[in-house]
Design a protein around this ligand. Structure first.
Ligand code: ATP
Length: 148
């Protein structure tokens, strides 16, 4: 790392949100202004625990409040990106939640959304780590349903 490159730490939290009806499960992806398709997430504010952030961000970014979070699903991803003269190391904690509505109201941060089947979501998600999270969510839900 060049000596004039600052390293910044960022922490966000978000959720893999799915909706199920008639045996069909769909995952929610949001289209960012810069073009990528991603999960709802945002910066952990001072005094918040990650689950509170995830709930707040899902609400701010999708308008969805009626959610059932799954105990036992908590995953962390990490990545780096450049911002001006800094290298940002980012950690994002993801939870899993079932939505009881399909109605979405996006914020100014995004320019679109989509409810997608598992295969469609894997295809559309831009980042490899997002695809991995969707795979982990699908396995978790299937296991949960087998065992209930
Ligand atoms: P937040 O939603 O947490 O407030 P943000 O919109 O400010 O964050 P990011 O979504 O983290 O910022 O995007 C910052 C940079 O990181 C962008 O260049 C984006 O392309 C890249 N990026 C976003 N998500 C990922 C990811 N899952 N894996 C790798 N790079 C990513």
């Amino acid at each position: 790392m060049a000596s004039n490159t600052k390293r910044i730490e960022e922490r966000s939290a978000g959720a893999i949100v799915f909706y199920e009806e008639g045996g069909v499960r769909e995952y929610l992806l949001l289209k960012h202004h810069r073009g990528h398709w991603d999960l709802p997430k945002g910066n952990i504010e001072r005094g918040e625990v990650p689950l509170e952030t995830a709930k707040r961000e899902v609400f701010e970014e999708t308008g969805i409040k009626e959610l059932r979070f799954y105990n036992g699903f908590i995953k962390k991803i990490e990545y780096f990106y450049r911002r001006k003269n800094s290298l940002v190391h980012k950690e994002v904690i993801f939870f899993l939640a079932e939505s009881f509505t399909r109605k979405v109201i996006i914020s100014d941060e995004h320019k679109g959304y989509a409810w997608l089947t598992y295969n469609e979501a894997l295809e559309l998600a831009t980042f490899k780590n997002t695809k991995r999270l969707i795979k982990e969510a699908e396995s978790f839900i299937k296991k949960y349903e087998r065992e209930k």
